[in-house]
Design a protein around this ligand. Structure first.
Ligand code: MG
Length: 261
C-alpha cells in the first residue's frame, strides 16, 4: 500500500498518474481522517491519521484572520468568533473537539513536512472580498514555498475569484480545482484549471462530465462520498479522486475490487 502510494505521489508530480492507475481513484481524506480516536476535523492529528492509513491526500480548509494570519478551520466561525474579522489570538485560543487548539497553516505545513507520502489538498475558503482572498493566496503560496511543499499541494476553492486567481498565481504545474459545480468542463479548461472537484449530487446530475473532463485532459474529484454504493458509482464512472470521511471504507472497497480482478 505504502509503495503504491509513494509511486502514485511521484507519478502524480510528473503528471503521469492517470496513465499509471487510470482505473483506480485515489483516496482523499475530507478535513483529514477525523472519524478515528483522538482526531478532529482539520486537526494536526487528522493529517497524521490520514497518512497513517495510507491516504493519497488529505484535505483541509484555510481562512485568513482579520489581522492577516492563516488558520485551518472549516466553518467561517468557531465558538461564535468570526474568523475573518477576529484576531489570530482569538481564533488560535479556541479548541477543537480532540483538545487541540485551532492550528495555524504554518503549523499544518510543518506537520506535513514530516509526512512526505501525503498530498495536501488545500482549500481556500471564500472570503468577504477579492482583496482578502488575494491576501490569503499570497500568504499560502509564500508558506508553501517556505516549507518546500509546492510540489505536494493541490488547491481547491468554491470561490470563482479564488479559482481564477489561483490558476494565475500558483507555480507552473500546480493543480487547481474548482468546487462549486457551476462551471462546465470547458470553462475549467479555459481558466487553465486542472479539473473539477464537484459534489456527488452535481456529478449524479452530470455523469457526462467524467468523460468530457477526461477528453479535455482534466481530472475529476468527487466529494464527499461516504456510502459504499456511491463510492462504487464514482469508481465505475472513472473518478480520478474520491474525497471521503470514510477513507478506510473506500480503501477496503478498492482492495476488494482489485483482488476480484
Ligand atoms: Mg473543505
Amino acid at each position: 500500500m505504502k509503495f503504491i502510494r509513494l509511486l502514485n505521489t511521484a507519478l502524480f508530480g510528473l503528471g503521469l498518474c492517470s496513465l499509471a492507475f487510470a482505473a483506480e481513484p485515489l483516496v482523499v481524506a475530507h478535513r483529514g481522517y477525523w472519524k478515528t480516536d483522538g482526531s478532529a476535523q482539520n486537526s494536526l492529528r487528522a493529517i497524521v491519521k490520514a497518512d497513517s492509513v495510507g491516504c493519497f491526500g488529505s484535505e483541509f480548509d484555510v481562512w485568513i484572520t482579520g489581522d492577516d494570519s492563516l488558520v485551518v478551520n472549516h466553518d467561517s466561525s468557531i465558538n461564535d468568533i468570526v474568523i475573518e474579522t477576529a484576531t489570530a489570538r482569538e481564533v488560535l485560543s479556541q479548541k477543537l473537539e480532540n483538545g487541540e487548539y485551532v492550528p495555524t497553516l504554518d503549523a499544518y505545513f510543518r506537520q506535513a513536512r514530516n509526512l512526505p507520502g501525503l498530498r495536501l489538498i488545500c482549500e481556500l475558503k471564500p472570503h468577504v472580498s477579492n482583496e482578502r482572498e488575494a491576501k490569503a493566496i499570497k500568504g499560502i503560496l509564500e508558506l508553501a514555498h517556505k516549507y518546500q511543499l509546492e510540489d505536494r499541494i493541490d488547491y481547491i476553492t468554491f470561490s470563482r475569484n479564488g479559482f481564477v486567481q489561483l490558476c494565475k498565481e500558483v507555480p507552473e504545474g500546480t493543480p487547481v480545482y474548482y468546487l462549486t459545480g457551476d462551471f462546465i468542463p470547458e470553462q475549467i479548461k479555459f481558466y487553465k484549471g486542472s479539473g473539477i472537484d464537484y459534489s456527488l449530487w452535481t456529478m449524479r446530475r452530470h455523469p457526462e462530465w467524467f468523460d468530457e473532463c477526461h477528453k479535455l485532459g482534466l481530472k475529476v474529484n468527487v466529494w464527499t462520498v461516504n456510502d459504499p454504493a456511491d463510492m462504487q458509482w464514482c469508481i465505475d464512472h472513472g473518478a480520478d479522486f474520491i474525497t471521503t470521511n470514510e477513507p478506510e471504507v473506500l480503501q477496503n472497497l478498492l482492495k476488494t475490487a482489485s483482488e476480484i480482478k
